[in-house]
Design a protein around this ligand. Structure first.
Ligand SMILES: Nc1nc2c(c(=O)[nH]1)N[C@H]1C(S)=C(S)[C@@H](COP(=O)(O)O)O[C@H]1N2
Ligand SMILES: [Mo]
Length: 212
């Protein structure tokens, strides 16, 4: 098991200090305080669950008309989509033009039919990570339940076989090894949100840490 306290303190210190701090408007696609990288860094809690297509499933539950349990074959039968987006990590690296492929999260949620009173979602991952976003954020047209990136199956390190990608939020909202989407009426904070990261996480507003 990772040493949680050390890991969390280290990550927060890194985010507070910055790597190489950019001038805010050096590139109008890099938010303030971020540095462009051309690598695709790997960042997680250090537990990389060994899930493959045959034992992967995605559950949608909570405030829905119909709970669903999607397996790999049913995911591939849904309309497939591609989207190129930028990816900004709160520890201050950004990568541009990441070509994701998968299924729009909204198409999966539509199968489950969210109830009127559903306003927020919790994303649950196979490493027991969680993160939260408002329902309208996951319904955006660039939010993908992704199984390919850079024209290749998503590697385990990047959350394969299936992860979520939420381009308009800091990357900790993009849950790797996606296992379930839970819908609630009230917001519930996830792993990092409980530990001081900002609940909303808009990189263009530099919503890194929460004051409450
Ligand atoms: N399940 C899970 N998803 C996660 C994380 C994690 O620890 N577990 N880390 C988040 C963080 S902080 C970042 S920056 C991105 C990193 O994605 P990458 O490793 O593909 O670059 O994944 C996010 N999704
Ligand atoms: Mo991150």
């Amino acid at each position: 098991m990772p040493d949680w306290k050390k890991l969390i303190e280290g990550k927060i210190a890194l985010a507070k200090k910055g790597l190489k701090r950019n001038e805010p408007n050096q590139n109008d696609r890099i938010p303030a305080g971020q540095t462009l990288t051309t690598k695709f860094p790997i960042l997680d809690l250090g537990i990389r669950p060994e899930i493959d297509e045959s034992n992967w499933k995605l559950k949608v539950f909570g405030l829905v008309e119909k709970e669903i349990d999607l397996d790999w074959m049913s995911l591939l039968k849904l309309p497939q989509t591609k989207d190129i987006s930028d990816f900004h990590c709160v520890t201050r690296w950004s990568i541009l033009d990441v070509p994701w492929e998968g299924v729009l999260a909204r198409d999966i949620l539509a199968l489950a039919k969210p109830l009127d009173k559903a306003n927020f979602v919790t994303l649950h991952s196979y490493d027991d990570y969680t993160t939260n976003i408002p329902l309208e954020v996951i319904l955006d047209d660039d939010v993908i339940v992704a199984h390919h990136v850079f024209n290749k199956p998503l590697e385990n390190e990047h959350g394969g076989p299936v992860r979520l990608v939420v381009p308009k939020r800091y990357a900790w909202k993009s849950a790797k090894w996606l296992k379930a989407i839970e819908l609630h009426a009230e917001d519930r904070r996830g792993f990092w949100e409980i530990r001081g990261y900002h609940n909303d996480a808009d990189p263009w507003l530099e919503e890194r840490f929460s004051e409450n």
